[in-house]
Design a protein around this ligand. Structure first.
Ligand code: UGA
Length: 443
């Protein structure tokens, strides 16, 4: 089929490359010239495992095109996917300006009947708004059907998720349109759910809100474990055996970041305010997450006192491993709080330094390798569980740091390993190791 994808961000690019891989003729349009230039030369503006090779292959075979020209993109498309950003406004609500722009362009440039699928995460009612915008401006002889088709890809495994996702949601009341999309997705052999438009929009928010709740729940539990002398990893393991709970997505740490959970939880909370439905649970989820991101610096102060002029090695800047994305990453909160305390920060990350530098500039130093970051440090904070970080031999901390004190925000090391080294080690929801100042818990 002739498919157009509006937006060359994570969702748009992965969708474009994967649909081209499935044999469709795909055009991806974006307004950023720099991005389109890069893509046309076969380079990906984002790091996503498996993406660049797929882009190169489909560009050279002619299955995939990148353009800034809306006439080329929209005039003869059979299906248009909207995958533009829906950023957060200051009040936590969703900014739909790009959705408005794209809807208007589609209405203006289409020359055939077309199905418009919204992949962007949008509040309930947005697809009806898109339908109304297009209907009011399109040529009267053309038929346009807008479908809610939310995306569940995770950064860092987005290509894999496209081909092996848990479900595909198609939100439309139009049976013929639903079956065209069903045919499109059939080769993936992923369960397809057909719902009404509003329920499809809500499935996306409910999924992200539930996953965020799981994380805040386990993080709150981990703080409790610290106080009563239990180990969150043992607790989680035991918890996960209950099939109704499961083992997934219960890793305690310094909170969720990224471009989705923080934004979507706030958006749902904001929406609740508008429909007179205060979402108390979600408010607590957000508060727990904010508190969790501040734990490393709190623990640092409790352990070594003043951080003024202390050299701190920050290991990991990305909001999670296998991505160069630092949006809402715990590392940014940690840097802000360390600088407020007068600490001197050197950060290491295998991929995210360029993106972090755009936000943090020269307020901190950046190291190309972990040993350089640790050299003469009074303290190390692990913010991201990259393989390059969690498999660093423990004697590296011992040999390079001035004081081997490690605050591990992602529970990278087994406690029985740490115990073999003279390292003061504090993690999340587990007993401290060699912490002379360890507070006595509940006995
Ligand atoms: C999330 C969802 O997992 C995707 O299904 C969804 O499509 C996407 O948002 C979106 O709305 O576009 P993503 O933000 O890429 O995907 O990353 P996740 O792997 O979900 O991780 C989010 C955050 O939660 C990370 O900071 C991670 O460190 C944290 N996390 C995750 C935990 O702290 N504990 C866990 O057990 C799992």
């Amino acid at each position: 089929m002739k498919i157009t994808v509006a937006g060359a961000g994570y969702v748009g690019l992965v969708t474009s490359a994967c649909l081209a891989e499935l044999g469709h003729l795909v055009t991806c349009i974006d307004i950023q010239k720099e991005k389109i230039d890069m893509l046309q030369s076969g380079r990906s503006p984002i790091y996503e495992p498996g993406l660049e090779s797929m882009l190169e292959k489909n560009l050279s075979s002619g299955q995939l095109h990148f353009t800034m020209n809306p006439h080329h993109a929209y005039s003869d498309a059979e299906i248009i996917f909207i995958a533009v950003g829906t950023p957060e406004k200051h009040d936590g609500s969703v900014d739909l300006k790009y959705i408005h722009v794209v809807s208007n362009l589609i209405a203006y440039y289409i020359e055939n009947d077309v199905i418009v699928c919204t992949k962007s995460t949008v509040p309930v009612g947005t697809n009806e708004l898109i339908q109304a915008i297009i209907d009011s401006r399109k040529p009267p002889n053309l038929q346009v059907e807008v479908v809610a088709n939310p995306e569940f890809l995770r950064e860092g495994s987005a290509v894999l998720d496209f081909f092996h996702g848990d479900r595909i949601v198609i939100g439309t009341d139009h049976h013929k349109v639903a079956s065209i999309l069903e045919q499109l997705y059939l080769p993936l052999k992923i369960p397809i759910l057909k719902t009404d438009i509003r329920s499809a929009e809500m499935i996306k928010y409910a999924s992200n809100a539930f996953l965020a709740t799981k994380i805040s729940f386990i993080n709150e539990m981990s703080n409790f474990c610290e106080k009563v002398g239990a180990n969150i990893e043992e607790v989680t393991f035991g918890l996960g055996y209950d099939k109704r709970i499961g083992h997934d997505f219960l890793k305690a740490g310094i909170g969720f970041g990224g471009s989705c959970f923080p934004k979507d939880t706030k958006a749902l909370l904001h929406l609740g305010g508008h429909i007179n439905h205060p979402f108390d649970l979600l408010e607590a989820v957000i508060n727990v997450n904010n508190r969790q991101q501040s734990l490393p610096v709190l623990k640092a102060k409790e352990t070594i006192g003043s951080l003024k002029n202390k050299k701190v090695a920050l290991l990991g800047l990305a909001f999670k491993p296998n991505t160069d994305d630092v949006r809402n990453a715990a590392s940014l909160t940690i840097v802000k709080e360390l600088l407020e305390e007068g600490a001197v920060v050197t950060a290491y990350d295998p991929l995210a330094i360029p993106n972090a530098r755009r936000i943090l500039g020269n307020t901190i130093e950046y190291a190309d390798d972990i040993r350089a970051a640790l050299r003469d440090a009074h303290l190390a904070i692990i913010a991201t569980e990259w393989e390059q970080i969690k498999y660093v031999p423990l004697d590296v901390y011992q040999n390079h740091m001035r004081d081997p004190i490690v605050i591990d925000g992602r529970n990278c090391y087994p406690l029985h390993e740490i115990q073999k080294y003279p390292i003061t080690y504090l993690s999340i929801g587990r007993p401290d190791v060699n912490n002379a100042r360890q507070k006595k818990g509940w006995e």
